[in-house]
Design a protein around this ligand. Structure first.
Ligand SMILES: Cc1ncc(COP(=O)(O)O)c(C=O)c1O
Length: 389
């Protein structure tokens, strides 16, 4: 443990684990909306949806207030509710399971592949029962799940796939962008830790016209004629509310930021991929660290760059993170294991999710953001190498 010596001076600036890139273009776009007289869901949201669906290459994009509300709507639109089971990974942010629980259904946790951190198709199939109503797949920290195998299982059991693509904007699978309709619906997040941010926000993509129409209504109190349509109408239009709906709207202020961020996305992705390659190049010689594995048919967006401790580590995961923090380098623990949090804790999951347990205990996330300099990255690399000595 004596090898974990901090070498910080009080003047060393803190390297954050993530930082959004918001510039003058985003500021001006927001100003324009603020001055337009329409600040909630309106023309900018519609424009953002069109630009997003064109980028992904799908028929419909439906903007909402977050990925959590996107997932909830996606599940509700499948008719999922009390008494139903939805299979998902436990190694994910808790929103994945909360979105299922919020419909009254029960999340059933499947274990993951130790290399990709994504659902293990074999274990998943053994969890399907007569109560299973959907499979909620996560493309974890921006690496696509094994969709061919998962889709084959879903088809065999006539189950819809919903993709939690919160972290997966710009990620690829078999030369297609995530969000193209492999499953029925994919849900993205624009939280500031994500690659494209609108502060908070989410997007649902699908190719199904009727489903898209229903999702558009549900996100807005299930009103039959939208407020924009009524605003623009030249004859009086009266709306009806034919089912229970929600206020999951994105604002035009957020969409204006999103449009600029979408335009900058190729640059963000290229920068992150270059920085990730640089990390791997510099860290792969450290025997007690495992760098990310990327299958040949996947293109990672490096939403997060997660390392894993292997055997012979010079300290615990937390002591290594603490050593880095004392050098003003911020890290985060691995993706959480949802089944270890109070609402979902049970001996069933603790016993059946051995890979999830191992990864959540040994993984940690390094700083990575669009504007990270190579000098800052070298500081992180040097700090890790000095732990080795
Ligand atoms: C895998 C996953 N799903 C869902 C969410 C929820 O996204 P949001 O914060 O937009 O609701 C997150 C957010 O971190 C996530 O990582």
């Amino acid at each position: 443990m004596s090898t974990l010596v901090a070498a910080t001076t009080p003047t060393t600036p803190m390297i954050p684990v993530a930082r959004p890139s918001i510039g003058e273009r985003e500021e001006l776009a927001v100003l324009e909306v603020l001055r337009s007289g329409w600040i909630t869901q309106g023309p900018r949201v519609a424009e953002f949806e069109r630009a997003f669906s064109a980028y992904i290459g799908c028929r419909h994009a439906i903007a909402v207030s977050s990925c959590t509300t996107a997932l909830r709507l996606a599940l509700l639109a499948q008719g999922i509710g009390p008494g139903d089971e939805v299979i998902c990974p436990s190694l994910s942010f808790i929103a994945t399971a909360n979105s299922i629980a919020s419909t009254g259904a029960t999340p059933i946790f499947a274990d993951i592949d130790p290399e990709t951190y994504n659902l293990d198709p074999l274990q998943l199939e053994s969890l399907i029962t007569e109560r299973t109503r959907a499979i909620l797949i996560v493309h974890q920290i921006g690496l696509a799940a094994e969709m061919n195998a998962l889709s084959a299982i879903a088809q065999r059991h006539s189950l819809p796939i919903i993709e939690d693509a919160a972290c997966a904007i710009g990620s690829g699978y078999n030369n297609e962008l995530i969000g193209r309709p492999i499953g029925r619906i994919a849900c993205f997040s624009f939280h500031p830790r994500k690659i494209l941010t609108t502060g908070e926000g989410g997007m649902i993509t699908t190719d199904e016209d009727e489903l898209a129409e229903r999702l558009r209504r549900l996100r807005q109190h299930a009103m039959s004629v939208s407020d924009v349509a009524r605003h623009n109408a030249r004859t009086i239009a009266t709306e009806t509310y034919d089912e229970v709906g929600y206020n999951y709207r994105m604002t035009d202020i957020q969409a204006a930021i999103g449009l600029v961020q979408l335009d900058r996305l190729p640059g963000f992705l290229a920068r992150r991929r270059a920085l990730a390659a640089r990390y791997t190049q510099a860290l792969q010689s450290i025997s007690w660290l495992e760098c990310p594995t990327v299958p040949a048919n996947c293109e990672h967006n490096y939403q997060s760059y997660m390392l894993r401790l292997t055997d012979g580590t010079p300290g615990t995961r937390d002591s290594i993170m603490q050593t880095l923090l004392e050098q003003n380098i911020s890290t985060r623990r691995s993706i959480m294991a949802i089944h270890r949090e109070a609402p979902y804790r049970s001996t069933r999951w603790e016993a059946s999710l051995s890979v999830t347990n191992r990864i959540t205990e040994t993984g940690f996330i390094l700083p990575l953001y669009h504007e990270m300099t190579e000098e800052d990255q070298d500081r992180v690399v040097d700090a890790l190498h000095s732990i080795q000595l």
